[in-house]
Each structure stands twice: as structure tokens, then as C-alpha cells.
Write a protein that binds this ligand. Structure first.
Ligand SMILES: Cc1ncc(COP(=O)(O)O)c(C=O)c1O
Length: 323
């Protein structure tokens, strides 16, 4: 980062950002890319570019874009989200098709479908490629766009063996994050067709996401893209090890088979202790976890977590639950 060559990325002449955008687009098999400060901004820009005010956007009911991005669909794009249920993030194409609304005198009409892979609130589940193919085929019959919130698309790649660009092939645009499992401190990217990215650049500026000497950040993102993808398998193995350990602790409820990638969600099922109590106890001993909006506890493995850290976490949780 300290050695990065920089320019002014608002003017589009930062060479390190340009290189990152070239590589990101290439990796996902799309024409162009745009470096953005966060995943939320990348998703917000994508929705804004693909839609007009009043359009409907089909979202999965537990999706991050709908539940955890402060309502930018309504606030930034002024669109109507239509949340639909799914099986672990995979929406049934026939069911989705029945909920498409055609533009008419009283109806704004459906414009966009938003997908997520891996799926955060479904415990880091991998949405299968076949679901992408079926949704694409159906969306094409209705002239709809598809945006993928691929914050963790490389976790999906590593867990399923399906290259990220294969998932990307069936959607119009993808956002993915260099932060999170790929371990960069900051940054996400939006990829898609050239014209879409040209417009996205204007919307990024509108939202205050144009950054000047952003090459210092892009340098870390290049390391993320080139050196951090394959090692995600280690995070997945450690998450599985954590889940298997948790399954043996009294008062913990967990679906071990549901742990497919780097996220471990579990519940506290104890007469006197709540999820909040456990997370508080853990934090005091240096083990950090979140209580998710569903009330489950979320733990995530990453670059800086080793096997010994997993063992230590299990020991702390076990002590709390058996005290
Ligand atoms: C699936 C998903 N999409 C988008 C985001 C948003 O990313 P950011 O926190 O960089 O805005 C997150 C963050 O956790 C996420 O899990």
C-alpha cells in the first residue's frame, strides 16, 4: 500500500485502481468494473443504475440488500422491494415468475431481481449454479435484469468448485468485497457491462464515493484478489471444526450440516442464559461474535484465525454454558 502508484481516481487516472478494475472485470468475465468504498455502496449503485423510481425489485426475504443496508432501495433508488422466500437463498424460479408484475395503468412493474451468494443470513449458504441458470432463463423471458450481491462470491467458488465467473455469467452485474474473507482493509467492486459501469461511476460520485488517491486501497485489494482466494478453504475447514465443537456443548443448538463456508450461526437454548449473555461473556475473554437480527449468534473465521483460536473459542463457550 505504501508503494502504490497513485493518481486521481475521481478523474479516472489512478493506475493502481485501473489495474484492480481490469483484473476484477476479467475475473468475473464482465466488460468493466468500478472500485467502491463498501459493499453497501456497490449494491446501492447497482440498483440505482438498473431501475427507475417506482419500479419493483424482487429480493430474497433474508437478503442483506433488503434487511441490512439501511433501506437504500427506498431511500436512494425509490423502488419497491418485493421480498420472496427461498430455500437457503435459492428462490424458486416458478414462484418468482408468478410474482413478476407487468407495467400497467396501476402498476409500476418489476425491473430487477437481486440475488446473494454466499448468503449471509442463510448461514453463508452457497446458492447453486443451477438456480442462477433457471432464474436467468426466466428473467430473460420477462426482460428483467439480475444483480448479484456477491460480497462473498469467492467463498461460493471455493466451497462449490464453480468459478465465480460462472455464477457471474447468469447475472447482469455483480458486487463483491475485497474486505471480509479476502482480508483487505477496505473496498468492494461492481462489475458489469461498460455502459452500466459508466453510469455507475456517476452515481458513485453522487453518493460521495469518489475517492482521490485510492490506489493505496486498491493495492491491498489486488493482494486480496491474487493471494487470498484459495486460502478461503482454510476458513471453511475451521468454521466446520468450530461448528462440530459447538454441537457438543450443552445449551447450544446448531445445524452443523448447514455450515458450508466461513460463517457459523448457532442458537442458545438454555433456561437462564441468552445469546446476549454468552456474547458478553465471550467478549470479556477476547472472543468476538455478533448477535444477528434473527437472534442467532454469528461467528466468522478469517485470515487471522488459526486452529488454536477455534479451540480457545470453544473452551470459552463451553465454560460459559456449563458454569
Ligand atoms: C451479503 C452482504 N452483502 C453486502 C454487505 C455489505 O458490505 P459492507 O459492509 O462493505 O457495506 C455485507 C456485509 O456484511 C454482506 O454480508
Amino acid at each position: 500500500m505504501a508503494e502504490a502508484q497513485v493518481g486521481d481516481d475521481v478523474l479516472g487516472d489512478d493506475p493502481t485502481v485501473q489495474e484492480l478494475e481490469r483484473q476484477a472485470a476479467d475475473r468475473l468475465g464482465k466488460e468493466a468494473a468500478l472500485f467502491v468504498p463498501s459493499g453497501t455502496m456497490g449494491n446501492a449503485i447497482a440498483v440505482k443504475v438498473w431501475t427507475q423510481e417506482g419500479d419493483e425489485v424482487i429480493v430474497e426475504e433474508r437478503s442483506h440488500i433488503y434487511n441490512l443496508e439501511v433501506g437504500h432501495l427506498a431511500v436512494v433508488s425509490r423502488v419497491i422491494p418485493r421480498p420472496l422466500p427461498s430455500h437457503r437463498g435459492a428462490m424458486d424460479p416458478d414462484f418468482v415468475e408468478r410474482h413478476i408484475r407487468k407495467r400497467a395503468l396501476h402498476i409500476a412493474g418489476t425491473r430487477l431481481i437481486a440475488l446473494e451468494n454466499t448468503h449471509n443470513l442463510w448461514g453463508g449458504a452457497v446458492v447453486p449454479l443451477a438456480n442462477f441458470q433457471a432464474l436467468r432463463e426466466m428473467a430473460d423471458r420477462h426482460g428483467l435484469r439480475i444483480h448479484l450481491d456477491g460480497a462473498r462470491i469467492f467463498n461460493a467458488q471455493v466451497a462449490s468448485g464453480v468459478p465465480a465467473r460462472e455464477f457471474a455469467r447468469y447475472v447482469d452485474s455483480v458486487m463483491f468485497c475485497f474486505s471480509k474473507g479476502l482480508a483487505a482493509p477496505v473496498g468492494s467492486v461492481l462489475v458489469g457491462p461498460r455502459e452500466f459501469i459508466d453510469e455507475a461511476r456517476r452515481v458513485r460520485k453522487l453518493l460521495g464515493g469518489g475517492m482521490r488517491q485510492a490506489g493505496v486501497l486498491a493495492a491491498a485489494a489486488l493482494v486480496a484478489l491474487n493471494e487470498m482466494v484459495d486460502r478461503l478453504a482454510e476458513d471453511h475447514a475451521r468454521a466446520r471444526r468450530l461448528a462440530e465443537g459447538l454441537a457438543h456443548i450443552p445449551g447450544i443448538r446448531i445445524d452443523v450440516a448447514g455450515v458450508e463456508t466461513n460463517m457459523v450461526y448457532f442458537e442458545v437454548d438454555h433456561p437462564h442464559k441468552t445469546a446476549q449473555d454468552l456474547v458478553h461473556y465471550m467478549a470479556e475473554r477476547g472472543v468476538l461474535a455478533l448477535v444477528s437480527p434473527t437472534g442467532a449468534i454469528r461467528m466468522v473465521t478469517h485470515h487471522d484465525i488459526q486452529d488454536t483460536d477455534v479451540d480457545r473459542a470453544l473452551e470459552v463457550i463451553n465454560t460459559c454454558m456449563t458454569a
